[in-house]
Design a protein around this ligand. Structure first.
Ligand SMILES: Nc1nc(=O)c2c([nH]1)NC[C@@H]1CN(c3ccc(C(=O)N[C@@H](CCC(=O)O)C(=O)O)cc3)C=[N+]21
Length: 294
């Protein structure tokens, strides 16, 4: 048996196509959605992610505004750039690309974002609304990776209600908000949120119908940890040197042999990454629609 692939590229493409008509409608009403990005420093991975986000915007008809600051930027510089993005009428939503270079207080910078322009859903007000919105009724942006994971499972009809989800990783952008999202009314999963100090990780994964691995430990998740037929989503990514070619290569948190046991497998790359980008666009469109209705 080989798992059904949860194809993030194809699913993201479907999401983007659906957004195009909403964007056209917004434009017809005189609202032009615009995504801003703030990138500090010259980390190559961050540069390539930000470049990808601008390409996505061009593809669907969202304007994009890019602010790049050098590694030498001070916290005052970052603060000033965030103030500009909050004030800019052409920016309807924006992100501060993480991680910021050492020396900047990320949480303090996220707090400066106008919650109405928070395209990542990482401002404390929006994270608070995620906690408060047990019924899922609050109109706040959701963090993009958790939203992308749920959207992909839905589109492949993977059952969630009453199922056991084991999340590996408690980070701000994936694990922590994902536990809150999956346990909302309407989704109704039971979640085990695990991390580096979890006593018996294999046992926690073995009980899961859905496994989300978001830690950045190459091939951590082994085939004998997986309940046969479970859905496995590989989110963590590590750049490793290929021993034979000497070239850099991307490796996920899930051992490829898991495909022989799982029912569904979201690969990495090609899975949750493209969905994360699609949900960012969706957040920008939603924020622009709310602007229209205010
Ligand atoms: N404020 C903020 N918001 C983020 O959403 C955010 C962030 N900071 N910092 C870094 C992480 C990482 N992240 C990815 C998004 C898409 C892919 C993606 O599309 N990856 C492609 C491959 C891309 C490649 O080859 O490098 C794939 O999985 O197929 C990957 C990683 C968003 N993040």
């Amino acid at each position: 048996m080989t798992a059904i692939t949860l194809d993030g590229v194809a699913t993201a493409s479907a999401v983007k196509n659906e957004l195009k008509s909403r964007i056209a409608l917004l434009r017809a009403h005189g609202v032009v959605p615009g995504l801003g990005t703030l990138l500090v420093g010259d980390d190559p991975a961050s540069r390539s992610y930000v470049a990808g986000k601008h390409r996505d915007c061009a593809e669907v008809g969202i304007e994009s505004i890019r602010i790049d600051l050098p590694t030498s930027a001070t916290t005052a510089d970052v603060r000033a750039a965030i103030r500009d993005l909050n004030a800019s009428p052409s920016v309807t939503g924006y992100i501060v690309q993480l991680p910021l270079p050492a020396g900047h207080d990320e949480n303090a910078m996220l707090e400066l974002i106008d919650p109405d322009k928070d395209a990542d859903g990482l401002h404390p007000t929006n994270l608070g609304r995620l906690v408060l919105g047990i019924e899922g009724e609050l109109h706040s942006p959701l963090p993009c990776t958790p939203a992308g994971i749920v959207e992909m499972l839905r589109r492949y009809d993977v059952p969630i209600r009453g199922r056991h989800v084991t999340v590996i990783g408690r980070g701000l952008t994936v694990g922590r908000p994902l536990g809150l999202l999956f346990t909302r009314k309407g989704l109704d999963a039971t979640v085990t949120l695990t991390h580096s100090r979890t006593a018996d990780l294999a046992a926690e994964v073995r009980r899961a119908d859905i496994v989300v691995a978001a830690v950045g430990v190459p091939h951590l998740v082994q085939p004998d940890w997986i309940k046969p037929g479970a859905a496995v989503l590989d989110v963590g990514i590590t750049r490793v040197q290929d021993e034979e070619t000497g070239k850099g290569r991307l490796t996920g948190d899930v051992d490829p042999a898991v495909a022989e046991v799982a029912g569904h497998l979201s690969p990495n790359p090609g899975g949750v990454g493209p969905m994360t980008r699609a949900m960012l666009l969706a957040n920008v469109v939603k924020a622009a629609e709310q602007r229209l209705h205010r």
